[in-house]
Design a binder for this molecule. Structure first.
Ligand code: SF4
Length: 170
């Protein structure tokens, strides 16, 4: 995959979960490549961020899930501080970039939108947001998950959907 590199000095309308770009930053060392994310970054219209990496979490790592305000690891460790640190760093970078839209990985305890795992590590979903997604939502960002955009492959359709949602105020 060819990549266009942006610096933090450039302003972009959108941030994306780095694993959607194909970067192997998932807990298991894999990625969730999503072509639209790559197109946005190649067009220098989006910047990739991984809050869990910014929080200092290693790759690979055990899966973690939100349990209320805490984030617990499958082995029972409380990793809330690292998750909060990463979410705050990613949030501040999103603001510094001038972004107002985000394309994020579904169900993640950091990036999930609308639905996340329930903390039982049994793949059960409950309504909720990952920590970074929650901070962006509270700031008024327009959020999309890659699952919602399964049928959307081009950049201009994506920004049309963003503006539509912005107009509707959600
Ligand atoms: Fe992807 Fe977000 Fe998890 Fe990083 S924190 S691997 S960007 S889902």
């Amino acid at each position: 995959m060819g990549r266009a590199y942006l610096t933090m000095r450039q302003r972009v309308p959108c941030v994306v979960s780095a694993c959607l770009l194909g970067l192997p930053c998932r807990y298991d060392g894999r990625s969730n490549f999503f072509p639209l994310a790559a197109r946005l970054v190649q067009a220098q219209l989006a910047y990739p961020l991984c809050p869990e990496g910014l929080g200092g979490l290693p790759i690979p790592r055990l899966p973690c899930e939100r349990v209320g305000k805490r984030v617990l690891c499958r082995d029972g460790r409380d990793l809330t501080c690292a998750f909060q640190l990463g979410a705050q760093k990613a949030y501040r970078q999103s603001l510094a970039l001038g972004a107002r839209y985000a394309l994020l990985k579904s169900r993640s305890p950091s990036c999930g939108i609308g639905q996340i795992y329930d903390g039982s590590f049994r793949k059960k979903l409950i309504p909720g947001y990952g920590l970074w997604a929650e901070a962006l939502l509270q700031r008024g960002f327009i959020l999309f998950s890659e699952e919602e955009l399964a049928e959307c492959s081009d950049v201009s359709t994506f920004f049309g959907l963003c503006r539509q949602r912005e107009h509707l105020g959600r």
